[in-house]
Design a protein around this ligand. Structure first.
Ligand SMILES: [Zn+2]
Length: 417
């Protein structure tokens, strides 16, 4: 009898949940879920998703009726080495307070200052912060266009970077480098080749910035439509090209009507496009790329502050949720924009068993969004306008099982109705 009671007690206990998000519209592209469900969380993990869970099984219930419930958003491209890189912002402002549970810093740190990034950003943030360090030892410590010497082949230490990647596999998920006219006018593809070598040794993906960024050495200015074709031979399936809808003349589309044959082939072979919205996103380029069938695998923001005024976000006009709303206006489905900000970046991070999904056993990182109807005007970086009728506004996040309310200070592109 004692044994039976013990078993009953165990069963009863196993059906108690720490938190239940009740009655929301769950969209989880990774598990093909799209419907009204209760999401139960126990021990900081997703425990169960069912149509209706009896209230007595929950220690805490949060009603999310009428809202979208999706895996915690992942921003694959942001800048959060606050106070060290002048245009970097607070990781929790860009992260949980913007409805994003995982932020990936792209290239702010390098092998010489990664440990500071780990101690002062990764370990101090509520947001899950990962990074793709820059191949150059100081990362983007001085992003001024005229500090190009910091980005040359002499400022690379492959051995140090690979050791750090091996010692910090949870944080370092790839390596960042640049494929643009300024650095190529000085060193051709030398730095990219070093980045290729480091990623091969560390068994990580390579993430390549596209579109002119640094001052160009006029005596050796590359042909704008040859820059991308010169870097493609150093990429492998699973690597990423970012700023895919950027308007720079040496970018993926540039001034061409169609992307180059070698880029098309590279994409067909598995090289991935990342949005990296940033300050050069163009509706015109986006439409032309979409017409040709080239859509971003991952939708990322490239949220950063001002390059010349340290720690200033005064000119920041875009956010990940605002960009997702913009892509709804461009004709992407809700499932597609959620996949581009959840399971797809999780796969790039090789963390799809942990984040980017609501499957049972994954970490309880969740974003709850209001899908607001209305008339909204979206802008690109040259102030072209696009009218849409929906926007996604984060109202709540769950981070490792804990309910948090985003203050939304940086959500300036989500217009009040
Ligand atoms: Zn960036």
């Amino acid at each position: 009898m004692l044994t039976i009671n013990w078993v009953l007690a165990m069963n009863n206990n196993s059906e108690q949940y720490d938190l239940v998000l009740k009655g929301g519209h769950v969209i989880d592209p990774a598990s093909n879920l799209n419907g009204i469900y209760d999401v139960a969380i126990r021990d900081q993990k997703i425990a169960k998703i069912v149509a209706q869970l009896p209230s007595e099984q929950a220690k805490e219930i949060v009603s999310v009726e009428g809202k979208i419930v999706c895996p915690g958003l992942i921003d694959l491209h942001a800048h959060v080495y606050e106070w060290v890189v002048s245009d970097s912002l607070c990781a929790d402002d860009v992260g949980i307070n913007s409805g994003v549970t995982t932020v990936v810093d792209q290239g702010d740190c390098g092998s010489a200052n990664f440990l500071g990034f780990k101690a002062y950003v990764v370990e101090k943030s509520v947001t899950d912060v990962r990074c793709f360090p820059c191949i150059n030892i100081l990362g983007t410590a001085s992003p001024d266009s005229d500090k190009t010497a910091l980005y040359g082949p002499d400022m690379v230490d492959i051995e140090a970077l690979v050791s750090l990647a091996q010692e910090n596999p949870q944080i370092i998920r790839g390596i960042k480098t640049h494929g643009e006219s300024g650095l190529m006018s000085r060193w051709g593809t030398q730095v990219i080749q070093l980045a290729r070598k480091a990623t091969d040794l560390a068994n990580l993906p390579l993430y390549l910035h596209t579109g002119v960024l640094f001052d160009i050495e006029e005596s050796n200015r590359p042909q704008v439509d040859q820059v991308i074709d010169q870097v493609i031979p150093f990429l492998k399936p699973g690597d990423l090209l970012t700023h895919c809808y950027g308007m720079r003349p040496d970018g993926l589309l540039g001034k061409r009507l169609k992307i180059s044959g070698s880029l098309k082939e590279a994409i067909q072979e598995g090289i991935l496009l990342d949005l990296g919205h940033g300050v050069h996103f163009s509706f015109n380029v986006a439409r032309r790329m979409i017409e040709q069938g080239f859509r971003p695998y991952t939708i990322s923001s490239d949220v950063h502050g001002d390059f010349t005024i340290p720690h200033s976000d005064a000119f920041l006009k875009y956010s990940l949720c605002g960009i997702m709303s913009k892509f709804l206006a461009l004709g992407f489905t809700l499932e597609e924009v959620i996949a581009g900000t959840t399971i797809n970046p999780a796969r790039v991070l090789r963390a799809e068993m942990e984040i980017g999904t609501l499957q049972t056993g994954s970490r309880a990182d969740i974003t709850v969004l209001d899908l607001v109807d209305g008339d909204f005007v979206f802008h690109d970086s040259i102030n072209d306008r696009l009218v849409g009728n929906q926007q996604l506004v984060p109202t709540l996040v769950v981070r490792a099982g804990q309910v948090l309310h985003p203050h939304g200070r940086l959500l300036r592109d989500l217009q009040p109705i």
